[in-house]
Structures are given as C-alpha cells and as structure tokens.
Design a protein around this ligand. Structure first.
Ligand code: TXD
Length: 321
C-alpha cells in the first residue's frame, strides 16, 4: 500500500506551514508546487532535514513542474496573492481568478481523482471557479474558511470565560468575509450555553450581550487584525492548521462535522452556490451537509452572506471567468 500523496499548490506562507504539519503528522507524502523557482525546493529541503529530529519518513519534495503532482489523493490550494493592509478580500478577485484557472486546469490533468481543499481568497469565488474549470464532482471540491473563523471565535470565548478552548464549541457559517455568521445561540462550553455563562459572570444580561457582540465583531475582523499587525501578509499558521483538520477528517474518514465551504443543493434554502455550512467530511469529501433550523436573525445574516457570495460569482461571470 502506498502512502497518501498530498499536493500543495502554492509554496508561500500557508503552503510552507502545511508542508511541515503534514510531514510531522505523517499524513502522507508531500509535493509542494510553486511557480517561483527554488522556493518550494528550499522549503521542503529545510523541512525534510528535520525528519530525523521530528521522526518522520514521509517524502517531502518541492517542484515547479505540475507533472510531479501526478495522482495526488488530496490537493490543497493556496496559490494566489495575500491581502495587503487596506485591501479587501474582493480586490484580490481578478488577479487570483487567473491563477486559479491555470491551477484547476493542471490539477484536472495530473490529479483527476483528488479531493481538493481551496484556501486562496476570495474563498468562495476561488472554490466556485476551481470546480467550474476542473469539472470535478461538487463533493470533492471544498473550501476552508469556517474552521478558522470558528477557531478564532472559540479562542475569544475561552479567553473571556477563562476556560480551556478545548471545551468550547462555536461555529461560524456563511462567507469568509465581513458577512460571516457566528452562531451565538449554539456556542457552548461542554454543552453549557456561552450566553448563560456570560450572564452569570456579569449578572447583567445587557452587559453579557455587549461582551458577546464584541467577540462576534472581533471574529469578523480577525483576519484584518492579523494583516494590520503583520503588514507584509495575512494569517498563515491558523489557516494551515484549519485545512489540516479538514484533510485529516477526509484521510482518516473521521466524518467530523466541520464548517466547510460546500456546494449547496437546496440546503439552508440555497441552490447552486458554495456557502460555509456544517458538513460531514469523510473519505469521499463532503459527504453530507448538516442542515439545522436558523432563527429569523440568523437566517437574515446567512441570506446577507449568500447575497455576497452571489455578488462575487456574478463579478466573476462579468469578468469572463
Ligand atoms: O482561511 C482562509 N481561507 C485564508 C485564506 C486565510 C488567510 C489567507 N488566505 C489566502 O490564502 C490569502 O489571501 C491568499 O490568497 C492565500 C495564500 O496565502 P499565503 O499567505 O500563503 O500567501 P503567499 O505567501 O503569498 O503564498 C502564495 C503563493 C506564493 O508563493 C506565490 O508564488 C504562489 O502562491 N503563486 C502560485 N503558485 C502556483 N501557481 C501559480 N500560478 C501561482 N501564482 C502565485
């Protein structure tokens, strides 16, 4: 039996961390692809030279030739340009769409059976375009955003309540932009509603609501907060870890329910668009979208997010992608 082969398209900040995490966790052999000569080769040589220390046998190589991704089982795409300070995710659309089109053509040619996780921004547009150009089945093309947004939300809740983040469950649905929808109603600490814990903490329900609103706001702006601090790029450790959680659920057929940018066929009242929703991830990719009832406010927020998705897809059509 051969090891899983995982191709990483884009050897920049996220691509490099992905390569290291996959190696150290022994999820499979890694091929890191980038158009910049030397970059993927240098990063993977650096990673593999720690194999004795970290104790992994996986093959880790860098390339500028798509042929080397031949027959990959999983492809994770970060190719594109990151957001600079002051730049919206949507500004990236035109430049990244051209890149994604060429990536999709090559993945289709060399790894036609792969399950593909897209990370590049603007996320929904890039996932939609990848699927359209490759013609891959919808269940095998998904995007990463919600795992990260949810992890950020959970982190802020754990800080606020002074509890282990491992016990915090918090889910963010919708798009990966300012319209994302943190589901406050179901946020809990080992089953106890976060709102109840906040009300106990402050003994004041309007203060509790205010504190939650601030956490929701910070979650929505969290990507931008990191960009403002770094100045030279966007978050890369946390997006890489998030994509790895999705890849692991697929590789080990864990069937975890993770917030996934998945193609909807009527679920949540949406037809024919990629939207961030809870989905079961297993060996065939997105195995099921887990629908649940939203209250009026959540539904309105999700509709707002879906409208942003539709706007992005329409922009791509107008630009000829
Ligand atoms: O959660 C999420 N989905 C995200 C997404 C969170 C943070 C950042 N997110 C987006 O991921 C970000 O806005 C970018 O669109 C991607 C990748 O972010 P990263 O920080 O890794 O960007 P880098 O370091 O600029 O790396 C991109 C690499 C770089 O090495 C380029 O040379 C390469 O992409 N690149 C290409 N690779 C392959 N093929 C082509 N055509 C190509 N063009 C550029």
């Amino acid at each position: 039996m051969r090891r899983n082969k995982i191709a990483l398209i884009g050897g920049g900040q996220i691509g490099g961390v992905l390569a290291q995490l996959i190696s150290v966790r022994q999820l499979g052999d890694v091929v890191l692809f980038d158009i910049v000569e030397g970059l993927p080769q240098g990063k993977t040589l650096d990673i593999v030279e720690a194999s004795r220390v970290d104790g992994f046998d996986a093959k880790v190589s860098g390339t500028n030739d798509y042929k080397d991704i031949q027959d990959s089982d999983i492809v994770i795409i970060t190719a594109g340009l990151p957001r600079k300070p002051g730049m919206s995710r949507d500004d990236l659309l035109t430049v990244n769409a051209k890149i994604m089109k060429s990536v999709a053509e090559n993945v289709k040619q060399y790894a036609p059976n792969a399950i593909v996780i897209v990370i590049s921004n603007p996320l929904v547009a890039m996932v939609t375009l990848f699927q359209k150009v490759s013609g891959f089945p919808f269940n095998k093309v998904l995007g990463q955003a919600g795992v990260l947004d949810s992890s950020r939300f959970a982190t802020f809740i754990s800080w606020e309540l002074g509890v282990s983040v491992k016990d915090v469950n918090a889910m963010v649905l919708g798009g990966h932009g300012d319209t994302m929808v943190p589901i406050v109603r179901y946020a809990n600490v080992n089953g106890i509603p976060v709102m109840e814990l906040l009300e106990k903490k402050y003994n004041d329900s309007s203060k509790a609501k205010e504190v939650m609103a601030a956490m929701v706001k910070r979650t929505k702006m969290a990507g931008g907060e990191v960009v403002e601090l770094l100045k030279t790029g966007s978050a890369f450790y946390s997006p890489a870890s998030s994509a790895i959680a999705m890849a692991e659920s697929i590789i080990y057929d864990e069937k975890r329910i993770l917030p996934t940018c998945a193609y909807l066929n009527g679920e949540f009242g949406v037809n024919g668009y990629y939207v961030g929703v809870p989905a079961v991830l297993g060996s065939s990719g997105v195995e099921k979208v887990m629908e649940f009832s939203l209250d009026a406010e959540e539904k309105a927020a999700l509709d707002n997010s879906v409208n942003a998705v539709k706007g992005l897809v329409a922009d791509m059509d107008r630009l000829g992608f």
